[in-house]
Design a protein. Sequence first.
Lengths: 186, 206
Amino acid sequence: MKVEVAREKLLSNFEVYNHLVDIQKENNWNFTLGEDTNKKQRRKRGNHLIDLEIITRELSGFLIRTGQSNDYTRENVVEFMTGLNQYSLMKIEKLEILNRLPRTIVSLFSVIEECDQRFSDEQCNSMLELVQRCFPVAQEAVEEDRMEVEQEEEEEEEEVIAEQFEMEELEHETFAKIDEAEEQEE
Amino acid sequence: MFQLSVISDLIRISPHLFHLPTEEAVQNELNIKYANKVIHKLGLVVAVWDLLQVDDGLLKPGDGAVFINVRFRIVVFKPVVGEVLTGWIESCSDEGIKVNMNFFNDIFIPKNYMFEGSYYSADDNAWIWQMDEETKLYLDINEKINFRIEKEVFNDVRPKGPDNSLTSLTADDQTNGVDTEDRKVPPYALIASCQTDGMGCVSWWE
């Protein structure tokens, strides 16, 4: 093994999550399409991809649980990044803002180094507005989060929520595919 | 938090995988070899991202398998120093706090990287930040916590080869003891801090 380029590119959580969903879909790990096919797949592939299965499950679970809003879409991200480009931010800072989506001044300051010297209050506020505009938080989601904290996070529930999010993610993707197909036809 | 790294390697494809398309077989073998493993001085590998170049297979006398040179990209978990991450408190001790990120658990916040004026309470089994005289903020187990990466530590966990020198024979007992301790060391660990605004429990800052 030889490491040729240690850091070729940086990836956002959104890209990583999409890649994980693709892997899971390819291997039928999360979606029960009927038990028979599942069992056959298992038998055929055996257990040798178990490490990959573990990390994709745990990492996608982590990304869902920490993602403050789970409705990242390609359009959102592109709009958000072009919005961020008007500020003189480092590339890595932009990436971190995209990953963490700061919604309060405190969290924005923790992501951007020497924020108070580099940016005025107005600029900071408009950055927060940009976050809110591209990735709006539904009131329900906020309440759900609080409930979760209070209930000390029951795992079963999370799994259900995680599945829902994944289904939504799927829907997004299929919509995107339909769109693409239509464009091609035109 | 994540990055792409380009790696080249020679992969062995067993004969029982010959019915698969080459790319699929190679990708599976790479995932078996790398997924959820730490590459020394690089980071924790999540999965193969894509294959850049797959050479023709090579044969080796006496082996039915085919050997293929591959260049590929992998997704690596390697936080940048200074980056802010979110996790959950796994355990507290008077040494510091251990943080769990679900897929990665070797994160530690030592006591000298904690907020000024915080102390460990053995009764509550929690760290307490005495913000001022009246306010006490608790860092309990299972709380969602923000922390800043300060340092990454790599430990070479490769098995050590036999030591043939004479001195090793006399000091046999000692080296054995060291060996077993070494095995517990995580290959990749992160040292984090919790000192500035915005760090600590997520709920404090909302």
